[in-house]
Design a protein around this ligand. Structure first.
Ligand code: PLP
Length: 996
């Protein structure tokens, strides 16, 4: 003891009225500010039982009881006496290597209350710590890894606890969370059974009455859970931090429901609110399992856990609760309060329902039928879904001096955790106070006044910044929710000068200076350059004009109409590789994700070094710039990223790898994520709208539905093409086409340009040989949070971190039927996966294809032989790419990743599984790949024995013939090919025109 026994007393007396500003300065000013904005600014200087007194002597009824700890009210004399005894007796404390004096006593009394099923009780300091301990014990004892928890659950705030909390706002920004935790719906026995029957669950965690929402788990559900846990070797884990020790009536709510969890832990009420403490009770069998070896210390130890003050307070408090028969009193008082609240609910339609049990009651609000009130409520809701509950909270405090709380960030409700000591007058104080406040909203007072302007705008700002746009109502986020409505906006019209299928009534026989075959991005750009140079230009396109108003969300329909071979073309070789290409004016850009990325400098150097291609970054720069301006290329704006893309970025951030919004040729994207079936908002700057009109205005001609079969060869000179008019569906008509030209530029795509040359008798054996792709994969991540993956730009973020290693990572959405193919399982499991797809995020990757190649060959009758063999280098890259996508998903908070790999590594539950994938021996056939990036069949380069065209696109050995599509890329451009090929076509088009 010191010579100045009153030092602390003096300090308290001196500062009790003035120290608030120090808390605001040094502790947590933001939190205090929030309460202040709500008007909670009284300074209390005295507490007695369940009353608080402010410095003006006003008395407050505290129904929050310190967050549920003061079941007996504050400053209980018996508990304080016990604490004084411990201090005055100078008993040894925290001796650590000896048994604690009081912990055995407290354990004995707790275990006696819980019944003979439990024989061991371990102490810790807080509810969070006890939950954390239960998580670790569950893993340790069962050897399994997965935790099941309930939607809406609150289990504490350690990293592991947050991972099993069932509200996204508690977890945001903490990702990657602990793998592998799966949410289940409260009281849904079937879902629980499905999860438990997978056999990999370590523990099912629950609060018998959820502290945040007041939701009560039914005894039937709990009993089924107990039976199923026992059947499948999982531990039933009851978090009674809030409910334990009579909060809901009985000593332990879970035991009262008739179940015997393997672990039950309590905290809040245990020490009467004086000293932090928690206690976890378990069965002997479980204890023996955990401590089978002699490793007590490493498995669990906590310095302050059994401290004398906590133990003594616990003992005194339990004694009081037993003496007063707290279960009976709590149950009776709970019934009185519930009855009163139910009666109010009958009188006032803003009360939706009452949830909870005993001394944990939650009053939920809804919109009134009274018009004025309803209007105010909807205004408030737009700012914050819990705003009405907040108003009731504020008014109870300000007008009635009653302290309650809003239970959760999005719950439009108030919650009470009253002490068991309330008198009849206190109950009246509360019920009458609540009635007055609610009645006043119907009469004269506006609830909106209560949540001051400051509060609302703070809430609104907070909402905007804290919540990814997809969680916001469309009005706030600016993002288009999925809609079945057909394109209601005024449509962009294609240029009337385009010749369409219905315009043809006779054979076509034309002549021009420059003929371009192919109306995709490269063909249109090359043709534009020729037209700008004053040449007479004809551009022909095999496909029809793709009218935006005909686009719909049915990808099978869209594939059938606008994709070559209805989108079903694949390669042969050691794998089957679907290769989607487009048959429409505007080409691939009408249905791709509009990604525009310049070829990196190192790859330009590689092209020069390995293929003698005479281009440089400096020389290409103006071509890129011209194309970027023409196509309206810009970074994807934040407002349309949506959660899926944001998760990709978060995953990258959390892993410390770079990411960036993707540059796209898009203006006015609304984040509809429907690029693959055509933009419903007409936001893509495709060449049919951006380039073709200019060609027409410059006097050029654009003929859609013209299929080119072969070249007109005069010796070694190309003099044009022949072909036929093709129906929109692709079928050949009787109308023949013959167009002669001084120069012909093939831009029909890397599968068609070489086969046109082959059919024309050009003898160069290299044509069609070097078929290359970027094989791509994608992985689904299943998140506990709602992702709504169909909202947000189709591909909004990418990472170039591994580009030089031949791997590019992107976020992605394609239409649901395509994603559905990736969800594993059959029957229930598949159905559930599908039903859960709003919780899925999709990330994709493509690899360089440097070690793989194939060929395309024209077959008699017009068909093509398309072969491609995947080499081991690309197998390695694809494996790493898959692992990286899984890393990203887990880092972003996914609990499960579906890789698309066939077999063992299809479903991953966490980093251990990703390591196993990395260590696995995989072959080409293990991947389900596809590729939209096809190139290499008419390679550019300096060596006419190895290459088909020179550095300016001119075909070796054939005069008047050029190639300007992705066929000219000898190897990967190390970028999505569209932008590089547009820049190259710009250069080739200019060169062709200049050479005439
Ligand atoms: N579990 C439940 C059910 C709770 O209600 C709480 C706190 O409210 C906790 C765990 C965390 O307890 P503590 O705040 O003591 O860490």
């Amino acid at each position: 003891m010191t010579d100045k026994p009153n030092t602390m007393k003096a300090l308290i007396q001196e500062h009790i009225h003035s120290s608030a500003h120090l808390s605001k300065k040094h502790v947590h000013p933001k939190m205090l500010k929030l309460f202040e904005l709500g008007g909670f600014n009284a300074v209390y200087d005295r507490a007695e039982g369940h009353y608080l007194y402010d410095t003006d002597g006003n008395k407050y009824l505290d129904l929050l009881s310190g967050g549920g700890v003061y079941l007996l009210g504050r400053n209980n004399e018996r508990i304080h006496g016990a604490l004084r005894d411990v201090l005055e007796l100078d008993v040894p404390n925290l001796t650590i290597v000896n048994a604690s004096i009081l912990s055995g006593l407290l354990a004995e009394r707790l275990l006696a209350l819980a019944g003979p099923h439990y024989t061991k009780c371990l102490f810790s300091n807080t509810g969070s710590e006890a939950t954390d301990l239960a998580i670790r014990f569950a893993r340790f004892a069962t050897g399994k890894r997965r935790m099941l928890y309930l939607e809406g659950a609150f289990h504490g705030r350690t990293y592991a606890d947050v991972s099993i909390c069932g509200s996204p706002e508690l977890r945001r920004g903490m990702e990657p969370l602990m793998p592998i935790c799966t949410p289940v719906r409260p009281n849904d026995t079937e879902q629980l059974e499905r999860e438990l029957s997978k056999g990999d669950v370590a523990g099912f965690f629950f609060e018998p009455v959820q502290g945040m929402s007041g939701r009560v788990l039914t005894p039937e559900y709990l009993r089924a859970a107990e039976r199923m846990c026992n059947e499948h070797g999982a531990l039933l884990c009851a978090d009674e931090v809030q409910t334990g020790l009579c909060r809901t009536g009985p000593w332990f709510a879970s035991l009262a429901a008739g179940v015997r969890p393997h672990m039950v832990w309590v905290s809040k009420i245990l020490s009467g609110g004086t000293v932090p403490v928690s206690a976890l009770m378990m069965t002997q069998e479980l204890y023996d399992q955990i401590y089978a070896g002699f490793t007590s210390g490493p498995v669990y130890f906590s310095t302050f856990a059994e401290n004398n003050l906590a133990m003594a307070a616990g003992l005194a408090n339990l004694e009081l609760l037993v003496e007063m028969n707290a279960p009976e009193r709590a149950t009776a008082l709970g019934e009185v309060l519930r009855g009163g609240l139910e009666a109010l609910a009958e009188r006032y339609d803003v009360i939706d329902r009452i949830e909870g049990q005993g001394l944990l009651q939650v009053v939920y609000f809804r919109d009134s039928a009274q018009l004025g009130l309803k209007l105010q409520q909807s205004l408030m809701r737009a700012a914050d879904p819990a705003a009405f509950g907040a108003a009731v909270n504020v008014d109870l405090y300000k007008q009635k001096r009653i302290i309650v709380q809003v239970p959760g960030a999005t719950l439009n409700a108030i919650k009470i955790l009253p002490p068991v000591t309330l008198t009849e007058e206190d109950v009246e104080w509360f019920l009458e106070g609540l009635e007055d406040v609610i009645a006043s909203y119907y009469a004269e007072r506006a609830p909106i006044v209560s949540v001051s302007k400051g509060f609302l705008s703070t809430a609104l700002k907070g909402l905007r910044s804290a919540v990814p746009p997809a969680f916001l109502p469309p009005i706030l986020s600016g993002i288009d929710a999925p809609t079945e409505k057909k394109n209601a906006e005024p449509l962009r019209r294609h240029h009337p000068g385009i010749t369409r299928f219905e315009d043809y009534d006779r054979d076509i026989d034309e002549h021009c200076d420059v003929l371009v075959v192919g109306g995709g991005p490269s063909g249109a750009i090359a043709a534009r350059q020729a037209a700008l140079a004053g040449k007479r230009v004809i551009l022909v396109e095999a496909g029809p004009v793709a009218e935006p108003e005909s686009f719909n969300d049915d990808c099978m329909d869209m594939f059938n109409r606008f994709y070559w071979d209805s989108g079903l073309r694949t390669t042969r070789g050691n794998v089957v590789l679907p290769t989607l290409t487009i048959r429409a004016l505007g080409g691939g850009s009408v249905f791709n994700s509009a990604i525009c990325l310049r070829m990196p400098e190192y790859q330009v150097r590689r092209w020069r070094r390995e293929h003698g291609i005479d281009i440089s970054v400096e020389e290409m720069a103006p071509h890129y710039e011209e194309v970027e301006a023409l196509m309206g290329i810009a970074p994807t704006p934040e407002e349309v990223q949506g959660t899926r893309n944001v998760l990709f970025k978060q995953g990258c951030d959390n892993l410390g790898i770079s990411s960036a919004p993707i540059n796209r040729n898009v203006s006015g994207c609304k984040g509809s994520a429907r690029c693959v079936v055509g933009c419903p908002n007409h936001a893509k700057n495709t060449p049919d709208f951006r380039v073709i009109p200019e060609i027409l205005d410059l006097g050029g001609r654009v003929l859609s539905s013209v299929h080119v079969d072969s070249l007109i060869m005069r010796g070694n000179r190309c003099a044009g093409v022949v072909g036929w008019v093709a129906e929109p569906g692709g079928a050949r008509t009787r109308l023949r086409v013959r167009i002669t030209a001084k120069a012909t530029i093939l831009a029909a795509g890397c599968l068609h340009s070489p086969t046109i040359m082959q059919r024309s008798g050009i003898k160069n054996p290299v044509i069609g040989k070097n078929f290359r792709t970027h094989p791509g994969i994608y992985a689904l991540g299943e998140y506990e949070q709602v992702v709504n993956p169909w909202i947000g730009a189709t591909q909004g973020y990418h990472s170039l971190q591994y580009l030089e290693d031949g791997i590019k990572l992107e976020s992605l959405w394609v239409n649901a039927p395509l994603i559905a193919a990736r969800i594993p399982g059959i029957g229930h499991r598949y159905k559930e996966g599908l039903a859960n797809y709003r919780h899925m995020g999709v990330f994709d990757a493509w690899v360089s294809g440097d070690d793989s190649s194939g060929h395309v060959r024209a077959l008699p009758g017009g068909g093509k032989d398309l072969a491609w063999t995947m080499g081991l280098g690309d197998v390695r890259r694809l494996k790493e790419a898959t692992a990286l996508l899984a890393d990203l998903h887990f880092a972003a908070g996914a609990h499960t990743v579906y890789t698309g790999l066939l077999g063992e590594h299809n479903t991953l539950y966490g980093p251990d599984d990703v390591s196993a994938l990395r260590a696995a021996d995989l072959g080409p056939k293990d991947f389900t790949c596809a590729s939209q990036h096809l190139f290499g069949t008419t390679p550019m380069g300096a060596d006419k024995d190895r290459h088909v065209v020179d550095s300016h696109g001119a075909v070796y050995g054939v005069d008047g013939l050029f190639v300007a599509d992705t066929g000219i890329m000898p190897v990967s451009p190390a970028a999505n090919p569209m932008h590089p090929v547009m820049a190259l076509a710009n250069r080739i088009g200019k060169g062709v025109a200049a050479g005439l």
